[in-house]
Ligand binder design. Structure first.
Ligand SMILES: CC(C)(COP(=O)(O)OP(=O)(O)OC[C@H]1O[C@@H](n2cnc3c(N)ncnc32)[C@H](O)[C@@H]1OP(=O)(O)O)[C@@H](O)C(=O)NCCC(=O)NCCS
Length: 214
């Protein structure tokens, strides 16, 4: 049995046995967990970034080769307070699902930008992104001690906006025509969630799951 952590929601969150191997799972039975990037992940990350839509959502304009991804993993493969980059993986079969990162928190502000992506199109729209958003927020508030988490989402990226809202984030502003996607100006929408708002969101989710189990 793993140790338990006190969550921001006030309920106990199990650190599953896997967490002793550097893996972090918010609650048992969930489908998504976090682990550090491994050098051998370079191939799957390379494959994910072959999809135009995936690249566009991140604003990656230039092709990156396998060697480039190996270097990227070398730079981001040691999660820390200033660069908490993870591989999202399936708790069912261990398969790599996507990337999640909490980056650049100012030490004083304790506010970090989150990014989240499921690499394979077949894994999208199944509720995994929603789970991953909760997981990243739980990690950020609970393990890193952040006060605020925010994300810039392209206006047309409705699943990303919904995943942010699922974790309690609200729309804070719009940077009009801030991004050029293949020559088309697109609004970027800022979503943000504060620790206390996430705690409230978790209380609501726990209440809902208690009610559904009655
Ligand atoms: C954004 C992303 C992580 C969302 O994960 P997902 O697993 O596809 O989304 P989920 O199935 O968990 O759904 C999350 C919410 O989006 C909604 N949603 C899903 N697909 C949608 C679609 N095509 N249009 C509108 N809403 C959609 C769901 O109804 C759900 O809302 P709810 O919580 O109110 O029920 C995923 O789609 C992805 O990786 N996309 C490509 C990369 C990307 O855009 N990253 C974000 C960059 S900011």
């Amino acid at each position: 049995m793993g140790a338990t952590l006190r969550s921001v929601a006030g309920s106990e969150v199990a650190a599953l046995p896997g967490s002793r191997r550097g893996r972090f799972v918010v609650t048992p039975g969930k489908r998504v967990a976090l682990r550090a990037l491994e050098p051998e992940d370079a191939d799957v990350v390379y494959t994910w970034f072959q999809e135009d839509y995936f690249r566009d959502m991140f604003g990656y304009r230039y092709p990156v080769g396998r060697g480039g991804w190996r270097d990227w993993i070398e730079r981001h493969g040691k999660p820390s307070y200033h660069d908490a980059t993870f591989m999202l993986y399936s708790t069912e079969d261990g398969a790599a699902l996507g990337l999640g990162a909490l980056r650049n928190p100012g030490s004083e502000d304790r506010s970090a930008e989150v990014s989240l992506a499921l690499g394979d199109i077949s894994n999208r729209g199944l509720g995994l992104g929603r789970e991953a958003a909760l997981l990243m927020a739980e990690f950020g508030f609970h393990v890193m001690g952040l006060r605020r988490i925010y994300a810039w989402v392209l206006a047309q990226n409705l699943p990303a906006a919904a995943a942010c809202q699922a974790a309690g984030a609200v729309q804070e502003g719009i940077a009009r025509k801030a991004r050029l996607i293949n020559g088309t100006p697109v609004d970027a929408v800022l979503y943000g969630v504060l620790a206390e708002e996430f705690a409230e969101r978790m209380r609501v989710l726990h209440r809902q799951s208690d009610t559904s189990q009655v």
